[in-house]
Design a protein around this ligand. Structure first.
Ligand SMILES: [Fe+2]
Length: 346
């Protein structure tokens, strides 16, 4: 079996391939690692045939949908997953065939109702049902401690003790453990009485994961993350440095229009001398009147350099093919001590 393990801030993902047929499956891929997965698959001569999420993640962004689009292969999840981009709804006892590998689905609700584990050969991918020295929490949407108890003690406890455990989260850098080790040592699995287990899970009082609303919004709907939107916009526009703009503004060379897309009060407090105000919220509706010449060279600025990137991408899509984004924003401009002007537009 070809096996690669990836880690991103505690989130674990796995590329599992058949050495004979060179086909592979990617388990719990994370959005920020897309290029790494593709590079590893290419390096090992593997073609990914399935993208799997072990459950609806609430703490990070799944890459399954984006990879499915790029690779034209199906996304598989448990059939109870609410995500509209799932092509293959799996159920307990079913298998995914990847070359000579057989990955068997074990429905293990509790952390979420769509949680599943995948068993292949000598190992089980436990998602957030069973972690090394812990379990998934049960206080997030669709979590249920009674169901987690049944999944752990009614299902995973019956797997061979030597079976390797590969979870979706690991924060201490450990590679894997085994079923036997977990049931012997994992503190949560020592609470073997149902009511006591449920009481323990209900009393954990954990902090909500950061980005939970954005993670659930995008993972459940297939919508894009803010970081994705910014990365896509940034990939479609050129940038100009603060120093370059400062030099050009001072030199009064070719006419370069600075377009400030912040709100009026921010603009009036201090802007690049000569900048024109066109708030981002009014961009599409006012652009014909304010920028009648689409061949004009325009550099777009905002406070931090993010909204200006989105605005520049919008301008380019509208035909302003010489629009560029300022690399940095007014905050950096002020910190660099470059000249400022306050007050309304002339
Ligand atoms: Fe999770």
């Amino acid at each position: 079996m070809i096996f690669e393990h990836f880690s991103a801030g505690g989130c674990q993902s796995y590329l599992v391939g058949c050495p004979d047929s060179r086909v592979a499956i990617l388990i719990d891929p994370e959005l920020s690692l897309i290029d790494r997965y593709l590079a590893f698959a290419a390096r090992d001569g593997l073609r990914v045939h399935y993208l799997v999420d072990t459950h609806t993640h609430a703490d990070h962004f799944t890459a399954t949908q984006e990879l499915a689009r790029r690779l034209e292969v199906p996304v598989a999840m448990h059939r109870l997953s609410p995500a509209p981009f799932v092509d293959l709804g799996l159920d307990d006892g079913e298998m995914l065939v990847v070359g000579k590998l057989r990955l068997q689905v074990l429905h293990t609700p509790g952390h979420t109702r769509d949680s599943m584990c995948l068993m292949v050969a000598d190992r089980v991918f436990t998602g957030d049902t069973l972690l090394m020295g812990g379990t998934g929490r049960t206080d997030l949407p669709s979590g249920n401690p009674e169901q987690l108890y049944d999944s752990l003690f009614g299902k995973l406890a019956h797997l061979p003790p030597a079976m390797q455990v590969h979870p979706a989260h690991e924060y201490k850098g450990r590679d894997h453990s085994t079923i036997g080790q977990e049931f012997a040592e994992n503190p949560r699995l020592q609470v073997r009485e149902r009511a006591a287990f449920v009481e323990m899970m209900n009393g954990l009082n954990l902090k909500m994961p950061t980005h939970i609303t954005e993670a659930l919004r995008t993972n459940m709907s297939g919508g894009r993350t803010v970081a994705q939107m910014l990365a896509e916009a940034a990939a479609s526009v050129p940038f100009m440095s603060l120093a370059e703009l400062q030099g050009r503004a001072a030199g009064n060379g070719e006419e370069l229009l600075v377009l400030d897309v912040r709100e009026r009060d921010a603009y009036e407090q201090g802007h690049i001398p000569g900048a024109r105000l066109l708030p981002r919220g009014q961009l599409e509706l006012r652009v014909n009147q304010d920028l009648p010449d689409p061949t004009r060279r325009v550099v777009v600025c905002c406070e931090f350099g993010r909204i200006s990137t989105l605005a520049t991408a919008t301008l380019r899509s509208m035909g302003f093919l010489r629009a560029v984004a300022l690399d940095g924003g007014m905050q950096a401009w002020r910190e660099a001590g470059h000249p400022l002007k306050s007050g309304p537009e002339p």
